[in-house]
Design a protein around this ligand. Structure first.
Ligand code: SF4
Length: 340
């Protein structure tokens, strides 16, 4: 399918990209993006070539976050990465372009106000694509009798109110002050992740679908049931696979090493082995299953334990919850989905 940048609902900040490539005199640049943006990269690459003379190649795998980049770069001088804000240090230059959405979410403000009729103090959050809508929503709600709040970002975010799947700190910081949270984000992933991370109700504004809906208890319960099942499996498992993810922003070998010692102590009759991989692919998980492993404990992206669980052939348990499970008993009402 031919796609055109002119029709794209995103701001790729191409002037900034061109300026960065020219200033640094890069001649070979790798283009990466979040999965949904890859289709725009060939045209962006052509434009960069035309404006700077630099050769560009499109990285064929959609990148799930700013963490999902190469440890070392070979064959290129630099990377332009669209769709996320950066939070890791790499040995090579990366320019992160958030790809802010151009969709006018203000059309949904009245719907949001209606949904908030019984609420006064409202926390505001957004994925980075929609973060620019937050200040105008803040003003709109304040003008209409609400008390809006925006939390300062965690270490994996850049803007007040911004959340990513492993960092909901901006919302957690204001949770005790508000009656509910409003999150503007495409898809359900961030809205459900937020609902798992705070104690107040979450109103999900989906700008692409134009919908404004409270995150239902059944959706949150579904994730928690799966987490509970993975916890029970871990407690009974005779073979446990501990998996470190080698991506620069997810790599936590020290936690995996500590967990190996801890699990061998609390499960002395079980076999606990450590693995490393770049991605938890179906093939890798099936291979572990064939080797007799009953559960995967990973310190990688929280998405593995909360979003991809439907397709996993083995229950996946979040490594940071292991101590809580054995020392306090798992609190399946709330997640600990913060990598800090
Ligand atoms: S760890 Fe997962 S949620 Fe966090 S930035 Fe990386 S891909 Fe996104």
């Amino acid at each position: 399918m031919q796609v055109s940048l002119a029709e794209s609902p995103y701001d790729f900040e191409l002037d900034r990209v061109i300026d960065w490539v020219r200033r640094n005199n890069f001649k070979k640049v790798l283009l990466q993006s979040a999965p949904g943006l890859i289709r725009y990269l060939p045209e962006i690459g052509g434009y960069i070539k035309q404006m700077t003379g630099a050769d560009t190649i499109v990285d064929g795998r959609g990148r799930f976050g700013a963490c999902d980049v190469y440890t070392n770069l070979t064959g290129f001088e630099a990377v332009v990465h669209f769709g996320h804000t950066g939070f890791i240090n790499t040995s090579y230059p990366i320019l992160y372009i958030p790809a802010f959405s151009n969709i006018d979410a203000s059309k949904l403000f009245l719907k949001i106000l209606d949904a908030l009729s019984n609420m006064e103090k409202v926390g505001l959050s957004a994925s980075v694509q929609h973060i620019k809508t937050i200040p105008s929503l803040y003003e709109y709600l304040a003008r209409n009798g609400k008390k809006p709040f925006m939390g300062q970002p965690g270490k994996r975010c850049l803007y007040p109110g911004q959340v990513v799947g492993c960092d909901y700190l901006s919302a957690i910081r204001i949770d005790s002050k508000v009656d509910c949270h409003v999150i503007i984000a495409g898809g359900e992933f961030h809205a459900i992740g937020l609902a798992l991370s705070v104690f107040k109700p979450v109103l999900h504004v989906e700008p692409y679908a134009g919908s404004v809906e409270w995150v239902s208890k059944s959706k949150v319960d579904r994730v928690n049931r799966v987490r509970g099942f993975a916890a029970l499996t871990l407690q009974s498992a005779k073979k446990v696979a501990l998996v470190d993810i080698s991506l620069p922003g997810q790599h936590t070998s020290s936690l995996i090493e500590k967990l190996e010692v801890f699990l061998r102590h609390v499960k002395p009759s079980s076999q606990v082995n450590s693995f490393t991989t770049e991605l938890l692919t179906d093939q890798f998980l099936l291979g572990l299953k064939e080797l007799g492993y009953e559960v995967v404990v990973t310190a990688g992206c929280t998405r593995f334990a909360t979003d991809d669980f439907d397709r996993s052939p083995i229950p996946i348990f979040e490594a940071r919850e292991v101590y809580g499970l054995y020392l306090k008993g798992l609190n399946v009402d709330k997640g600990v989905f913060i990598l800090q």
